[in-house]
Design a protein around this ligand. Structure first.
Ligand SMILES: Cc1ncc(C[n+]2csc(CCOP(=O)(O)OP(=O)(O)O)c2C)c(N)n1
Ligand SMILES: [Mg+2]
Length: 616
């Protein structure tokens, strides 16, 4: 007879989570780094009690905002290259829905996270319960259905035994490199507390290993033939290179065949910035060196990238009409985009097999030499825009220069939204793989600070530097207090340009009036003068407002020795951005307008759109 153990569904769930292990560098460890929780009705009595039972094996962390705690969980997974992850549990209703944006963030970035929102009573006896939305036509609908389109797997647990297949499927999705993304198990409140005789085998320890699919022979042969026929080959390294930890294989292929490499936001730091073949950022926020090659390339080996518009310049960057794209991706959906030759495989395996099959083949030396020349030219340009200045309102680029000079590259730099992602993509000189942590798949304002916290949990020995604009800071800063409480130190550099600088610039570039972006251009009675340093200090951080680039460098050097989270605030110029490099981006301009500036922008837009390739 099967041995069973009588547990509530919530107890079974938490016990199961503690038994899921992984192996990293030969060391066995729990695959779940912990559970983020904000309790309320719908989870405090059920899952709350169950988490308490396992608190020594599976730590529970308390946050101040459900979206933010999910950001921390997601950043933790990203910093662990998806090898380890976390769960996040909330009450029903607003607590649950606060996590939906974060679920989309994880979905877009293909990052594993387990959402455990509380849900309504399965038995429906007390309906409508506090925070329950009532659907007039669908008795099964709850607010948690909002998670469906932003989860790779969604389930609602309405009977205690359903948690068995649901958790099995959850683990498949969380650990599969192709399917990987958020899993939502909506936990009906009464069912969390309901007992069942679970088979003991369900709680057997399980060690999960990363699956590394090797390429199909036919696809590999086609990719090799395409590369061997290339005269201007280029590699685009996306986030998949990092998730696969394929930097070594990438460097070997690039060096062996003399193929220059460029990097997407997600793929930056695949190779160190100073690697001679690394042309660094490509696309809308790309370097001169990378974009020049992208325009000419005849074979583009796109590795582990979703080829989003910032990478392809809205499909206007790759101008060689005879080009072939090879999509080396573990997910067929991505591998076959834009009629690419698909090469479905793990990045490390695929790159290694490609490298071996190329068997000494090399790109024409003139192409590789041209790349090296472009890199030198770009470095000179980048040096100019990041140099120190006495300006009262420095540019983002000048602040980036200061951070780099004071802190070096031996740190993890994190950012997500505003003008910084573009500037950092172009200008930050990344070090080791994973040292550049951009959330630019969803570019969620408010990811930064909570994300930094998640990174620090994953990599406690690393210096974690968060760069953030005033807009993102005001949107979500509460986890500064959590970072202080948990003793997880972040260095946060806050660039205050008094509003949504990058959107204001985009508005101007599309012919719009300065409207509703910078605080001064928004409807107001009193123009706010926000004391960010005082605010951060009130949350428990060390905080300082600096008044120049030189002061920032001094403060950053000092911050290295600070024991707790430090926030350094600097005023910056909302209008300045780096002109050199970059590429057009498709932002639809109104076809008719009473503003002549809009009409002019529309005309220029129509011109630019002609460069877009349709369907390839
Ligand atoms: C949650 C969310 N809302 C809105 C946006 C659109 N958006 C992108 S950047 C930005 C302004 C960011 O302001 P700030 O953080 O001060 O950076 P700056 O643009 O000034 O560099 C806005 C509103 C977004 N990316 N995320
Ligand atoms: Mg701003």
């Amino acid at each position: 007879m099967t041995k069973t153990i009588r547990l509530t569904m919530a107890q079974a769930l938490t016990r199961f989570l503690t038994r899921q292990m992984t192996e990293i560098d030969g060391r066995k460890m729990p695959i779940f780094g912990g559970v983020w929780a904000i309790f309320g009705h719908g989870n405090v009595a059920g899952i709350g009690e169950a988490l308490y039972q396992v608190r020594d094996e599976l730590p529970t962390f308390r946050a101040h905002n459900e979206q933010a705690m999910a950001h921390a969980a997601i950043a933790y997974a990203k910093a662990n290259f998806r090898r380890r992850f976390m769960a996040a549990t909330s009450s029903i209703g607003p607590g649950a829905l606060n996590m939906v944006t974060a679920a989309a963030l994880a979905h877009v970035n293909r990052l594993p996270v387990l959402f455990l929102p509380g849900d309504v009573f399965a038995n429906r006896i007390p309906d409508p319960v506090l925070q329950q939305a009532e659907d007039f036509s669908d008795g099964t609908a709850t607010v948690n259905d909002c998670f469906r389109p932003v989860s790779r797997y969604f389930d609602r647990i309405t009977r205690p035994e359903q948690i068995i297949p649901a958790l099995n499927r959850a683990m498949q999705v969380l650990t599969d490199p192709a399917e990987c993304g958020p899993v939502t198990l909506a936990l009906c409140q009464d069912v969390q507390a309901e007992a069942f005789d679970y088979p003991e085998s369900f709680f057997a320890e399980r060690v999960w290993h990363q699956r590394r699919p090797r390429p199909d022979r036919g696809e590999l042969a086609a990719a090799v033939a395409a590369l061997k026929a290339a005269t201007k080959p280029l590699v685009i390294a996306g986030g998949g290179v990092l998730y696969s930890q394929a930097s070594g294989e990438l460097a070997q292929l690039a060096q062996g065949a003399g193929i220059p490499v460029c990097e997407t936001q997600g793929g930056k730091s695949s190779l160190p910035d100073d690697h001679p073949l690394n042309m660094a950022a490509v696309g809308v926020t790309g370097t001169l060196a990378a974009n020049r090659l992208a325009e000419e390339a005849d074979v583009v080996l796109a590795v582990g990238t979703r080829l989003q518009d910032f990478t392809t310049g809205s499909w206007a960057l790759f101008k060689n009409s005879g080009k072939t794209i090879i999509g080396l991706n573990v997910q067929p959906f991505d591998a076959g985009k834009h009629q690419a030759l698909p090469l479905v495989a793990d990045a490390a395996e695929g790159l290694a097999e490609l490298g071996a099959a190329l068997n000494g083949w090399q790109a024409p030396a003139a192409w590789t030499d041209n790349a090296a020349k472009g890199k030198k030219e770009w470095q000179a340009e980048a040096g100019k825009v990041t140099a120190s200045t006495n300006a009262a309102y420095p540019s983002d680029a000048q602040v980036i220069g200061a951070v780099q000079r004071a802190m070096g590259s031996d740190l993890i730099l994190l950012h997500a939204a505003g003008g910084l992602p573009g500037e950092l993509h172009k200008l930050w000189q990344a070090g080791a793989p994973g040292s550049y942590h951009a959330e630019y798949g969803f570019s969620t304002m408010g990811y930064e600070i909570a994300g930094g916290l998640g990174v620090k949990m994953a990599k406690p020995d690393e210096e974690v530097v968060v760069m953030i604009g005033d807009g993102s800071y005001l949107m979500l800063n509460s986890e500064i207090a959590t970072s202080v409480m948990l003793g997880l130190k972040l260095t946060i550099v806050l660039l205050d340009n008094t509003g949504y600088g990058c959107i204001n610039r985009l508005q101007m570039a599309t012919g719009g009036a300065n409207f509703n972006n910078l605080l001064k251009d928004a409807r107001h009675e009193i123009l706010p003068d926000i004391d960010f340093a005082a605010h951060a200090a009130s949350l428990g951080a060390f905080a300082e407002k600096v008044s120049s680039i030189a002061e920032l460098e001094t403060a950053l050097a000092k911050a290295k020795d600070n024991s707790k989270t430090t926030v350094l605030v600097i005023d910056t110029d909302p209008l300045a951005s780096t002109d050199v490099g970059g590429h057009w981006w498709d932002v639809a301009v109104p076809e008719v307008s009473s503003r002549p500036q809009v009409n002019a922008a529309r005309k220029a837009y129509e011109e630019k759109r002609r460069m877009q390739s349709v369907g390839d």
